[in-house]
Design a protein around this ligand. Structure first.
Ligand code: SF4
Length: 115
């Protein structure tokens, strides 16, 4: 499997192959690329970034660490149904979302739409 490493802006072109029971990663310039390549073919994860409704407007949020890719849609649905009173950057709005170990935190100020 060919992949682009997303762990830093260099974007090394990785190739992940299975050799026996092991996955071997080539094309990486550092150990993070090897870890990313193996994880991507066995248990891919992503940081979720989205918006949350509050009584005062919309705030940007993200997970504090990557969560399993197959839980991204469910987590996004859960957050989209929430409506909190208010919040500020750094506040945790969901702890341990879907049992992933990641919290959902507010990352910025109210979003203003310029329509
Ligand atoms: S392998 Fe290392 S240097 Fe290459 S993109 Fe990934 S993190 Fe960056």
């Amino acid at each position: 499997m060919k992949l682009t490493c997303i762990m830093c802006p260099v974007g090394c072109q990785l190739e992940v192959t299975k050799q026996g029971k092991e996955y071997v990663v080539t094309g990486n310039n550092c150990i993070r690329g090897e870890r990313y390549g193996k994880e991507e073919v066995t248990a891919p994860k992503r940081i979720l970034t989205t918006l949350i409704q509050t009584h005062k407007g919309v705030l940007p949020v993200k997970t504090t660490s990557p969560i399993p890719k197959e839980k991204i849609m469910e987590a996004n649905r859960l957050i989209s149904k929430m409506n909190i009173a208010e919040g500020k950057s750094g506040d945790i709005v969901v702890s341990n979302i879907l049992g992933t170990g990641a919290d959902v935190v507010i990352t910025g100020d109210y979003v203003v739409y310029d329509l």
